[in-house]
Write a protein that binds this ligand. Structure first.
Ligand code: TXA
Ligand code: MG
Length: 320
């Protein structure tokens, strides 16, 4: 098992010598390395078994540090950063030359974000370098929302786990980019699209669902637990009732369904609470000897669309 603790100084020393540290953020835990050290960044890809075509998000302590990594921060990017950082928003902007190509998978843009977690902000300031960090899970699997989730899957591959408690948002950041026609949302996430629109007006959604996406994190089979997931459409797959299945729903099990295990995400129907509980529910049921998981879609308001997006991907074709 990897060492787990709250020693920010120790974490900073490991990062300074090219090591890997799992870091808490408000969304999910990240697997961090010095973004300006290609050898350290390479270790992230190896630890996650992540394909090199999938670029990493770079975490910085503030907007000023973000500017140092971008050759051209779009005025709308600055407005959004001022409105929502620290917070669950990643801005894809033209990269500065000093950002290694490995981090951006050869793209001329870089994804930047200031995470809203006191321990990680302290770490970013203390170590004085930007941290490349994808979610701290093996490629294609559910993202970790607690230190124990990281330890269960990546323990031998990470030098230290900085324990910041359970994550407060529970799903990954919203990713936006800037194209000639304006702002585009590439990934739904912890910041609602409505909040972005309240600052800069109508935006375009380009949520990729293909197997050859522009933003590779949008692969259709992302977020997959160990057993199949079925989006509830009034029926359940053949044989599941006999073997026993699990169910994930907001606060009620649809009538006529008799799951062996259930995870109700928020008894009060609070979608923020539901988002906090979603990945742990997928993980727990995914580790049980069940035929599969029936996921009841969440209401399409608030964080509902972002959660439904995760569920659809979890139910997507299994990686070969
Ligand atoms: O909340 C989050 O965003 C978490 C925490 C740790 O910050 N991170 C996270 O990283 O979810 P990851 O690697 O699991 O997903 C990041 C995705 C990539 O897969 C890619 O799709 C997109 O961000 N991305 C990164 N850089 C990009 C770029 N330059 N252009 C387009 N997409 C990019
Ligand atoms: Mg991920």
């Amino acid at each position: 098992m990897a060492q787990v603790g709250t020693d920010v100084q120790h974490a900073a020393e490991i990062l300074a010598r090219g090591g890997l540290v799992a870091i808490p953020t408000e969304t999910v835990y990240g697997l961090a390395a010095d973004a300006l050290n290609p050898a350290a960044v390479l270790r992230i890809f190896e630890a996650k078994q992540r394909p090199h075509f999938d670029p990493l998000i770079v975490h910085v302590p503030d907007l000023e540090s973000a500017r140092e990594l971008s050759s051209d921060m779009h005025p709308l990017a600055v407005r959004l950063a001022e409105a929502f950082w620290p917070g669950p928003l990643t801005l894809v902007v033209p990269k500065a030359d000093r950002v290694p190509d490995l981090v951006t998978s050869g793209l001329d843009t870089v994804g930047l974000r200031v995470p809203a977690h006191p321990l990680t902000l302290e770490l970013l300031r203390l170590c004085g370098r930007p941290l490349a960090a994808p979610s701290a899970n093996p490629f294609g699997y559910v993202s970790p929302t607690a230190a124990a989730h990281v330890n269960a899957q990546l323990s031998e591959r990470v030098d230290y786990i900085l324990d910041g408690g359970p994550t407060q948002v529970g799903i990954e950041s919203t990713i936006v980019g800037f194209e000639p026609d304006g702002l585009v949302v590439y990934r739904l996430g912890g910041l609602e699209v409505g909040a972005i629109e309240s600052v800069i007006g109508k935006v375009r959604l380009a949520i990729n669902q293909s197997s050859d996406p522009k933003a590779p994190g949008q692969l259709l089979n992302h977020y997959a637990p160990r057993i199949p997931v079925h989006i509830f459409n009034g029926q359940i797959p053949d044989g599941w009732a006999d073997k026993g299945f699990g169910i994930i729903a907001l606060n009620t099990v649809p009538s006529g369904l008799f799951p062996k295990e259930k995870r109700l995400l928020s008894i009060d129907g609070d979608l923020n609470e539901a988002a906090r509980n979603l990945f742990a529910a997928l993980r727990e049921l995914g580790d049980m000897p069940l035929a599969g998981i029936v996921a009841v879609p969440l209401p399409e308001v608030g964080l509902g669309p972002a959660m439904n997006d995760r569920l659809r991907r979890a139910a997507g074709p299994r990686p070969q």
